[in-house]
Design a protein around this ligand. Sequence first.
Ligand code: HSE
Length: 443
Amino acid sequence: MSEKRTIRIGLLGFGVVGQGVWKNIENNRQALELRLGAQLDITEVVVKNLSRERDVEVPAERYSDDPARVIENPDIDIVCELMGGTGEALEHTRRALELGKIVVTANKALICEHGEELFAIARRTGGHYFYEASVAGGIPIIKTIREALVANRFKLIFGILNGTSNYILTRMEREGLSFDETLGDARKLGYVEADEALDLDGIDAAHKAVILAYLAHGKWVKLNEIICEGIRDVSGEDITIAGQLGYKVKLLAVIARDFEAEKLSVRLHPALISKKEVIAGVDEVYNGVSVTGDVVGTTVLIGRGAGQDATSSSVISDIADAVFMLQGAPAPFISEEDEAVYNRLAAGLELADASDLQGRYYLRIHVKDQEGVLAKISNILAEHHISFATVNQKELDDGSALIMVTTHKSNELSIAAAKAALAKEPVVLGKPVSLRIFDPEAV
Ligand code: HSE
């Protein structure tokens, strides 16, 4: 039997995910190396703080605080950037790809903000950029769209891409807790990112939606061009009323392409979704992605969207693809070889704007509990051609009330204008809140 090739891996960053990669390669080394036909050697581990205690045991000589020992080292076959962020990680990824290296990453922010540049470098130099772990943790959504479902054109991809906000919404629903109470627990459990806005304002999930939009449609979309709203405005009352009407409230990423109008809608916002939808049943820290292709129909993937083991499972899957490639297999995706192919996928495709978005809405309006209030609200909605589907009212202890309505089909511009008009009405207290009602059949 011929000697197996040794593949040398360098890790940039050794936090939760990096240690997971080390631990899980060690734990499953025998089976993994049999499957890959190669030996794996994590030769270099670059950290910022050499004296920090870590949960896995790594021989001291492999540690350093010098990224050049990975990036500039001709013996390193695969660079794993597991530092996160868009500062040093960008600099190191750029340099490694300039050198024609294979880079594996879990860094969604970096790909979302700099993917276009980084993939272009990889194409120019013959480097490769693998990113399965950047979207939905352990769910193999990148490989699924890129390879398993390659026969399809994707009318709709939607789902839950942020585990932390899903955890918060699930506990609010199940235990009747407020957003703030649940957020406290999520912080204690270490679920919330150090920059909380990433989770709570939808930015993390929007990064992932942008990556999926590129993968499925070849178009890079900028975060400031899309609707990106988090879960901070969702209240217990919204979840309760939604439940009574047959809906759950979920933070949804939506990537919808109208192939006739050649419009692509990429958005991230909380929404009411029918309990009958599989994605509505994805609770706690889980992620779920529903992919509708014109050939295969709808396929739903559910799994752990974050955490050490799930994320490292995806990083190791990319390492495995890189190992096959290093042993002569072709690159597993065409975009690396031919930029023109991806550019053609997006030819003529325009980004949809708010005026293209239509559907049903939920509105919560805080009002003084007085005679004629409902009539005033009804008049304002009618002036904006918005028709009630359901109305609920909740009396509050302070003599005010919440009016919660769902509407028949309307659109973003009418809802925004109606909310602005309602906010000016003296009987309305504070700003009205709206949530979209998402119906996958009506996209
Ligand atoms: N903050 C992210 C989440 C981590 O909650 O899903 C995984 O990307």
